[in-house]
Design a protein around this ligand. Structure first.
Ligand code: TUI
Length: 312
């Protein structure tokens, strides 16, 4: 399953595990890398020392390439940006912003840079400032999202840039991967399905909410504040959306979500916490190891597109 993306990443398969806040830690990332994908450590809003420790633990558990995702709204983003260069991390992905100011430092350190984008404009800008590829993330994805669906976003970004495009948002099986290839992507990033793997350290309640989710079970909070976030519906999303409909301000809304992801992931409070997940949660029904998941994805994709001319 060699594509421009496996060549770029040095992986066996063009499958990236999303850099999910609180979820994407070193056990999960190293398991994905050992299974032939690209595991990511999600730096989220964590201090730089925590990220350095995570990188060192991942190096202990895998000799294959792995990456770090930097959430650009984090107050520690600048420190983490330096640490990934110092630690010789092979791949950096970024989310929730524009990573332009770190690009020169990363390129000089030989880091492959793959910004996650939700628009054609940012994809073009990232190519101009030296990105090696982009992840085009549609609003089916969990967490912080943009406006366009994966179906709409991926082909437009493929047409607009010359660098490889990796599709994300709404992908959880071989059909989704094959469809992404058809849209012009040469790799995929998946989050939600990796949350429920055996190596994922998240609370069982969180995994069970994903396994039990139906197609219509996610909600988007924060559209009114300019920070839309997709999560599985619960008491928190209900209250949040009610308040938004009443015209509540940013401060009041923020109180409802503060620390909410930690509450759900670590404490298992899936009622009041933020159970971020993509729309595809409705299709995630099995807890398997990362290797079992990736082997199945590859087998399903191969069966669908072998001989169709995508592999190099
Ligand atoms: O970043 C994500 N997903 C995330 S980050 C996150 S942590 C968080 N928690 C609570 C509230 C807010 C964040 C949870 N999920 N995906 C990548 C992504 N990036 N999606 C959309 C964007 C994006 C949006 C606007 C990237 C750039 C952008 O504008 C950049 C600019 O300056 O033009």
């Amino acid at each position: 399953m060699q594509t421009e993306v496996t060549r770029l990443l040095g992986t066996e398969y063009p499958i990236i595990q999303g850099g999910m806040a609180w979820v994407a830690e070193y056990h999960l990332a190293s398991a994905v890398s050992n299974a032939g994908g690209l595991g990511l450590i999600g730096a989220a809003s964590a201090p730089a020392d925590w990220v350095r420790e995570q990188i060192r633990e991942a190096k202990r558990l895998t000799d294959r390439p792995f990456g770090v995702n930097i959430m650009l709204m984090s107050p520690y983003a600048g420190d983490v940006a330096e640490i990934v260069a110092e630690e010789g991390v092979k791949v950096v992905t970024t989310g929730a912003g524009n990573p332009e100011k770190y690009m020169k430092m990363w390129k000089e350190a030989g880091v492959k840079v793959i910004p996650v984008v939700a628009s054609v404009a940012l994809a073009k800008r990232m190519e101009r400032c030296g990105a090696d590829a982009v992840v085009a993330e549609g609003c089916e994805a969990g967490g912080h999202i943009g406006e366009n669906t994966t179906m709409v976003l991926v082909p437009q970004i493929v047409d607009a840039v010359g660098i490889p495009v990796i599709a994300a948002g709404g992908i959880a099986d071989g059909r989704g991967i094959a469809a992404a290839f058809m849209l012009g992507a040469r790799g995929v990033q998946m989050g939600t399905h990796f949350v429920v793997t055996e190596e994922s350290q998240v609370h069982e309640n969180y995994k069970n909410r994903i396994i039990g989710a139906k197609d219509i079970d996610s909600r988007v909070t924060g559209r009114t504040t300019g920070h839309p976030v997709r999560a599985l519906r619960n008491d928190m999303t209900k209250k949040y959306i009610e308040l938004e409909n009443k015209g509540a301000g940013f401060e009041e809304l923020e109180q409802l979500t503060l620390g909410g992801l930690r509450k759900a992931v670590v404490e298992g409070d899936v009622k009041n916490g933020s159970v971020m997940a993509g729309q595809i949660a409705g299709m995630v029904k099995e807890k398997t190891t990362c290797k079992e998941l990736i082997d199945r994805l590859v087998r399903e994709t191969d069966d669908l597109i072998k001989g169709a001319g995508f592999y190099v």
